[in-house]
Design a binder for this molecule. Structure first.
Ligand code: ZN
Length: 69
């Protein structure tokens, strides 16, 4: 799990690490890459990502698996 920033000044989205990069944000936003990534949220994480992470319906393994299909 990484906190990833798409553009300067924007909120940090949550993304998972892949063998060759990161997933898209788990909130469903589509980005064309990240400007910076962090291990800690720095108090500025995307609310939608946090909501998705806390949702019982969210399955990280399933989310990651589709990147390898
Ligand atoms: Zn997000």
């Amino acid at each position: 799990m990484r906190y990833a920033q798409h553009k300067g000044g924007q909120k940090l989205h949550l993304a998972y690490e892949l063998e060759d990069g990161l997933t898209q944000p788990i909130c469903g936003k589509k980005v064309d890459g990240y400007r910076a990534t962090f291990n800690v949220p720095l108090g500025n994480a995307c609310k939608n990502c946090r909501r998705r992470l806390n949702s019982k319906a969210f399955e990280p393994k399933k989310f990651i698996r589709k990147y390898y299909e």
